[in-house]
Design a protein around this ligand. Structure first.
Ligand SMILES: C[S@@+](CC[C@H](N)C(=O)[O-])C[C@H]1O[C@@H](n2cnc3c(N)ncnc32)[C@H](O)[C@@H]1O
Length: 345
């Protein structure tokens, strides 16, 4: 949402200051102290100007609502709305939703609302969608088992993406509709929803319930590489990634050879690999050796037998990563480079 800079933002925030949680990092496990009688604790991600926030909080005064919004110019309007209605069961966090596990204890939230989040139509930006697997993993950390995500959007492509992505991350879908208001308005509308509904656009909605789930290691090499980059290239700018790692003629291990992230190299890397625990998976950057899949589980014993010089393998450039992507080993095809070992903090 592009917004003009609001005048007097700070004093306006201050006027609603009792609703603003300034130190959310100190709050895990303590949210219910704000409202001990609360029946449930629900989060809203990207509340914008807060029509839904205020409407829902007014309709369910026995529920504690925490609205997260990264644009303070929008959030201040939501805060003022709630203050004007005298609502005491809504609090606000000015932050990015990717910080949720730092704010909430495991299982602390009963429900998450995601309404009309930015669709990020290009595949390159898919991981910024609030329904992307990277976010769903975070939501799993703060939702209780059986907790729900309530999702609405006007964007058909984002909805299609989301209803495919949610079950892949352990959420069961229900109440799936691509025309929520077909028979007249249903539930509390958001600011965006009211506008789109007025324009005659159909609204998509679904509920996703969190069920027990253990993340399988991806079998699709594209998913392996994307997750590898999400984890190990976290914090590296798109420009640097494009220049050194993802453009033609470059390789994943350039992340390390260009010192874009800290890692061990040479014998220290080989030693770290030999000591690394956990289920291990081997993948090749381009062509695997004849008869081999691009990605497969590998044992510690097999790893010892793989040549240290990747040029000895037809599908040069091989990588090892543990099941949860907490560390990786990279063997470049260039004999005088690497190997590299990187562990995420
Ligand atoms: C398209 S607006 C929708 C606002 C509101 N939910 C509605 O339906 O009227 C999306 C909102 O989500 C916020 N947002 C987007 N990504 C976010 C993130 N990662 N963390 C927190 N807020 C985010 C934006 O700043 C914006 O206010």
């Amino acid at each position: 949402m592009r917004m003009r800079k609001k005048k007097n933002l700070i004093p306006r925030m201050e006027r609603c200051g009792d609703r603003l949680i300034r130190e959310p990092y100190s709050m895990p496990g303590k949210w219910r102290e704000l409202m001990p009688q609360a029946r449930e604790l629900r989060l809203e991600l990207g509340c914008g100007k807060g029509r839904f926030t205020a409407g829902t909080a007014a309709a369910e005064p026995d529920v504690l609502f925490i609205a997260v919004e990264r644009v303070p110019d929008a959030m201040v309007m939501a805060m003022e709305r709630c203050a004007a209605q005298g609502l005491t069961n809504v609090f606000f966090i000015d932050a990015n939703a990717d910080q949720l596990p730092l704010f909430f204890a495991p299982g602390e939230a009963d429900r998450i609302y995601i309404n009309f989040c930015d669709p990020w139509p290009s595949n390159r930006h898919a991981k910024r969608r609030l329904t992307h697997g990277n976010f769903l993993r975070l939501y799993r950390q703060v939702l209780k088992m059986g907790g729900q995500i309530h999702f609405k959007t006007d964007n058909q492509d984002l909805f299609t993406f989301s209803v495919e992505e949610l079950p892949l991350f352990g959420f069961e879908l229900s109440e799936v509709t691509r025309d929520l208001h077909a028979n007249g308005p249903v539930g509390v509308m958001t600011d965006y929803e009211a506008k789109f509904h007025e324009q005659g656009l159909p609204i998509c909605r679904c509920v996703a319930t969190m069920v027990p789930w253990e993340e399988p290691f991806p079998t699709d090499i594209r998913r392996v590489k994307n997750r590898w980059l999400d984890v190990f290239a976290d914090g590296v700018s798109d420009a640097e990634l494009g220049r050194h790692v993802l453009s033609d003629g470059n390789y994943l291990w350039h992340l390390f050879s260009w010192n874009l992230v800290p890692c061990l190299s040479g014998d220290a890397a080989r030693q770290a690999l030999s000591e690394a625990s956990g289920e291990k998976y081997l993948f090749y950057y381009e062509e695997p050796p004849e008869g081999e899949p691009l990605v497969r589980p590998v044992t510690a014993e097999e790893l010892v037998t793989l040549p240290a010089d990747a040029r000895a393998i037809p599908g040069a450039d091989w990588y090892v990563v543990d099941k949860d992507f907490t560390w990786t080993f990279a063997q470049p095809h260039e004999a005088d480079r690497g190997p590299y070992f990187c562990r995420k903090a």
